[in-house]
Write a protein that binds this ligand. Structure first.
Ligand code: LLP
Length: 430
């Protein structure tokens, strides 16, 4: 039987998989599949664990909206007290729409447009995390046009290796993100001379799905060096943002415990009395969600047995894109569990449409499977490839379930497309 330790809200009851007190088979019946299912208890527990670890300090936990920007989830997090890390005006609109406090919003991202900056200034966000010199001048220009002041922080690359997947390592010297460590002092000096810029903070984000504490410590130590040097130059930093990146268990990883993380950081922060900011995404929502899917067919080739399911890479792209592992488990245990190694694949016309390879399952057509740890970067990265509708999403709390996003209809898929013109009228008449 699968190890459910990383998912405290999942349990088998009479051979049936439950999330909190709701049976997943029931959810499939009510809402259909594929279906994203989230546990409110897991989500709130993960958030509270994070904030409790830093309770001794003035801390803002800015949930990274990119991990999963569903409005209901954002609203629940806002109620729990979360701030938000955004990377686009769209994400800011989501936060505002969900009732998030703009004074708890930090705006990251390497390519903020003028329109986005103006929108964020007018919304009165907490801080811009600047990622280049050109962006500093653009923000200054926007703020001066509005006759406002922009609160800023520079995202500095501490050049430490987070030892994670290259696609999600962001703090190295050659990364497109952040500003090089060696240029930071010069940039802060330049920023301090701009009338419409208020220097507030310093930040870094070294990567994602990090399970080793040392890169975080190294990054902090480098950033603290900068804070000291800035102080000598008369530039005061009032907040320190250490980004997100804490990993979770997908397969057999041991995640960093939040108490160890907090202890390691706080013990080095005696000399800094400002506000602390964190931008966790995956750690909050990753293991709070799963993707429920139904087996359409079993198919055998000489070397593979395929379980063809109704979810696909358009619903969950992480396995195809990063070769990421997600645990896949049966929703119902069979009484006579003859099991085989299956490649669990979707209906999309790509050989890479694989959700899991060589999984030991006892599976029959019509059976439901749960693809675990898909709360973060699952629904958020889903698409309409192959004209497939994006899946519904449901939030479960105890024995209640709430639809928080509806499966797209065909009309939703085509509503942006315009067909009221003809390039070849004659042809169309013939
Ligand atoms: N802050 C910044 C500036 C970020 O770029 C990110 C993630 C986060 C916070 C949140 O990181 P987290 O705590 O979730 O690791 N699609 C990839 C992950 C991309 C992460 C991008 N940046 C995946 O599915 O693994």
């Amino acid at each position: 039987m699968a190890n459910l330790t990383p998912f405290p809200e999942l349990s088998y009851r009479q051979q049936e998989l439950y999330i909190e007190d709701v049976s997943l088979s029931d959810l499939a019946q009510v809402y259909g599949t594929p279906l994203y299912v989230y546990s409110y208890s897991a989500l709130s527990k993960a958030y509270r664990e994070f904030s409790a670890a830093f309770a001794s300090r003035d801390t803002m936990i800015c949930y990274a909206v990119k991990a999963n920007g569903n409005l209901s989830l954002l609203r629940e997090l806002a109620i729990l007290g979360a701030g938000f890390d955004i990377v686009s005006a769209g994400e800011l609109k989501r936060v505002l729409n969900a009732g998030g406090d703009p004074q708890k919003v930090v705006f990251s991202g390497v390519g903020k447009s003028k329109e986005e900056i103006i929108f964020a200034l007018k919304a009165n966000i907490f801080c811009f995390n600047i990622e280049s010199e050109a962006e500093l001048y653009r923000i200054h220009e926007c703020a001066s046009e509005l006759n406002m002041h922009a609160n800023v922080s520079f995202r500095v690359n501490p050049d430490v290796d987070p030892k994670t997947h290259p696609y999600i390592s962001t703090g190295l010297k050659n990364s497109k993100f952040g500003v090089p460590f060696d240029t930071a002092i010069d940039l802060y000096t330049k920023a301090s001379q701009l009338d419409h810029i208020l220097i507030k903070g310093i930040d870094c984000h070294i990567g994602s799905q990090i399970t080793d504490l040392n890169p975080f410590i190294e990054a902090l130590e480098r950033i603290l060096e900068l804070i000291d040097e800035l102080k000598r130059l008369g530039i005061t930093i009032s907040h320190l943002d250490l980004g997100g990146g804490l990993g979770i268990t997908y397969k057999d990883e041991t995640p960093i415990s939040l108490t160890a993380y907090a202890e390691a950081l706080l013990s080095r922060l005696h000399g800094f009395s400002g506000k602390l900011i964190f931008e966790p995404g995956r750690r909050i929502i990753g293991n709070s969600g799963l993707l429920l899917t139904k087996i359409e067919f079993l198919k055998h080739s000489p070397e593979h047995q395929f379980a063809i399911v109704d979810a696909a890479m358009n619903d969950l792209v992480r396995p195809s894109l990063y070769d990421a592992w997600h645990e896949i488990i049966e929703v119902k245990h069979h009484s006579n569990p003859a099991s085989y190694q299956f490649d669990v694949v979707g209906p999309v016309c790509e050989t890479g449409d694989i959700l899991g390879s060589r999984r030991q399952l006892s599976a029959e057509p019509g059976d439901l499977l749960a693809i675990l740890s898909t709360g973060a970067y699952g629904a958020a990265m889903s698409s309409n490839y192959n004209a497939r509708s994006r899946a519904s999403e449901v939030l479960v709390y105890k024995d209640q379930h709430y639809l928080i996003s509806q499966r797209e209809s065909f009309d939703d898929l085509i509503q942006r497309e315009l067909t009221d013109f003809l390039t070849q009228p004659a042809l169309s008449k013939s």
